[in-house]
Design a protein around this ligand. Structure first.
Ligand SMILES: Cc1cc2nc3c(=O)[nH]c(=O)nc-3n(C[C@H](O)[C@H](O)[C@H](O)COP(=O)(O)OP(=O)(O)OC[C@H]3O[C@@H](n4cnc5c(N)ncnc54)[C@H](O)[C@@H]3O)c2cc1C
Length: 171
């Protein structure tokens, strides 16, 4: 059957690529369908400093390594958005926005998440640099740019990991 894969992974972010590496290594005929660009949200950050083994590097550089790693195991990556899935039966069918259909014995969903946006000035252009998303990215940014005198922390109401008190401790 044409377009039949052992494993189809929806989403080519870190989770999808990691799953792809395992699938490929297990000699499964593996396809990753990614709607934007393989690498996912990690592509949006200038500095990704908490990935073990990579003390420095942009998200794009590190994700390029992941993509090459997956491809090295024979994983195919296609830029397509998954629209529909028929999950009944042994062979599942996936339909993309382009109208292409793929068959899969197994499917892994790794579509990630989208951070909520504030809709404030400069948010889009500075996300990942002067506008960090995570607490530890903030710490990294402020520790290296001591000339900054003020900052705003906007956090989900109950998140202990995004606390201004913890941030001041880290600086
Ligand atoms: C600005 C920024 C900075 C960050 N900095 C760090 C950091 O320094 N350290 C750290 O550990 N984490 C950081 N993160 C968080 C990290 O990027 C995420 O935790 C990680 O990317 C989540 O991986 P994921 O694969 O689960 O999801 P995602 O990265 O969201 O990937 C999911 C992918 O699925 C695709 N997708 C979704 N729906 C479909 C569909 N229907 N069809 C096809 N494809 C689809 C999306 O396009 C996306 O590429 C940062 C995030 C952002 C936004």
């Amino acid at each position: 059957m044409e377009n039949l894969y052992d494993l189809v992974i929806v989403g080519g972010g870190p989770a999808g690529l990691a799953a792809g590496i395992y699938g490929g290594r297990a000699k499964m005929n593996t396809l990753i369908l990614e709607k934007v660009a393989p690498g996912g949200q990690a592509l949006l950050t200038n500095e990704l400093v908490n990935y073990p083994g990579f003390a420095q590097g942009s998200g794009a550089q590190i994700m390029e390594e992941w993509v090459n790693h997956a491809k090295g195991f024979g994983v195919r990556i296609k830029r397509e958005q998954v629209r529909e899935m028929e999950l009944d039966g042994q062979i599942k069918t996936i339909t993309t926005k382009k109208g292409n259909q793929y068959q899969a014995r197994s499917i892994i969903l790794a579509p990630g998440a989208s951070p909520r946006h504030l809709g404030i000035k400069g948010e889009q252009e500075f996300t990942g640099s002067a506008f960090p998303i995570a607490l530890f990215a903030m710490q990294q940014l402020f520790a290296t740019r001591k000339c900054w005198s003020s900052a705003a922390v906007i956090r989900p109401s109950k998140s202990p990991f995004f606390s201004p008190a913890l941030l001041t401790k880290l600086l």
